[in-house]
Design a protein around this ligand. Sequence first.
Ligand code: AMP
Ligand code: MG
Length: 477
Amino acid sequence: MRLDNRYATFAWAGAKVTPSPLRDPQLLLLNSELAEQLGIHLSQTQWRDLVSGHWLAPEMSPFAQVYAGHQFGGFSPQLGDGRAMLLGEVIAPNNQRWDLHLKGAGKTPFSRFGDGRAVLRSSLREYLASEALHHLGIPTTRALALVGSNEPVYREQTESGAGLLRAAPSHLRFGHFEYFYYQKQPEHIPTLLDYLIDTQWPELTKDATGYAALFARVVEKTAELIAKWQLVGFCHGVLNTDNMSMLGLTLDYGPYGFLDAYDPDHICNHSDSGGRYAYDQQPAVGLWNLQRLAQALSGVIALESLQAALSHYEQQLMGAYSAGMRHKLGLVSWQAGDPELFRDMFTLMAAQKVDYTNWFRQLAQLTVKGEMPAQLLALLSEPAAGVAWLTRYQQRLAEENIEHQVKVAQMNSVNPKYILRNHLAQQAIEKAEQGDMAEADRLLMVLARPFAEQPEYEAYAQSAPSWARDLTISCSS
Ligand code: AMP
Ligand code: MG
């Protein structure tokens, strides 16, 4: 593997660290396809030893990054990699740069009161979700390998420690810039911006103009990311500025969740009693977070440029969202009554607690004339009210002038059949905790083709069984 550890040369941006080995490690998952893409060729033993902190490739230079962040609205001046470390920056065969980031590798100077560890439950949740989002076409950090261990880790109960090796073009967060701004070390901000430009966006100039363009990009990528989350029904759960990626990637999976029944107020993080990060709050929170980033960059980018970029956010997000929603509904032309049609659909879905994913998938089967598919009607708790809306939708579809089968194919290419439902993750975790990875392997395989029909895995497309409806996910990880 080819490494170029530029970030670790910024002594002021963190600390050199050493992973603390996990006891009796076992390699549980390896993403061979991604390893190949990154040009990393290791034996199974080397993977196990790397991800459990027993071995480092000679070119690696582990480094914990310092950052700050607004957490639930309040500013925390010093966070940082408290249980993760950058092992190095890999230059892939296609010359793309990838951070190798090891989570659960033990204490660092930024651990505060934490133990520096990650448990199997949350590490597997992150592995599953990041791969699921990737295959749904949503920008995200990736999972490269997972190890389990016999190391006891104390959360609400005793769990076992794990290591997750993840990869992303960069792990720079809004919080990195907030840290240096509030520490009154503004000289480091251009250095980090230059780093981002050199490594990700070399077409930008390293001056005020380039920095303004960079911020505009961050705004746009954030808007696009959140539009994609909303379209697929993904709820991040902890949208603090330290979990916001400068590249617009989904970052730091905690108590995330996909919508089962459509509920705009859905809160996936049971510690978020106020619903600050509820599903329908995510677009507004994205803007609030970007405003915090703008503040941190205000010393190097003109206020007008920051404001101009921020002023486009809503339109960028709504533009991406409404285009995406039209695709989900198989509509190409634009008709005057569409906003009401969409609004009434969401009212219906919320009132009848319709399964969000299965609704769009089944809607594709509806023809302009003729009987309504039983599987579609079965998603409604009061079919009569639903049929009224479906009849309007049929009339609207009739104006599209598209062949039914063509429409089905188009809709199925944007409406996944398989998402990472909470209960599926839970089942894979319970098996993994008993030492059986077969369920996690199967789930990853199903989620790698979310838009395909996989008749042998029909059960994975079912809405949550009643035992799972009340599964709440805590922040503890
Ligand atoms: P998170 O909620 O995982 O995004 O983490 C928020 C902050 O707490 C980050 O600075 C983490 O590095 C730190 N942190 C979370 N869990 C631990 C832990 N077990 N040990 C040390 N630091 C942690
Ligand atoms: Mg975090």
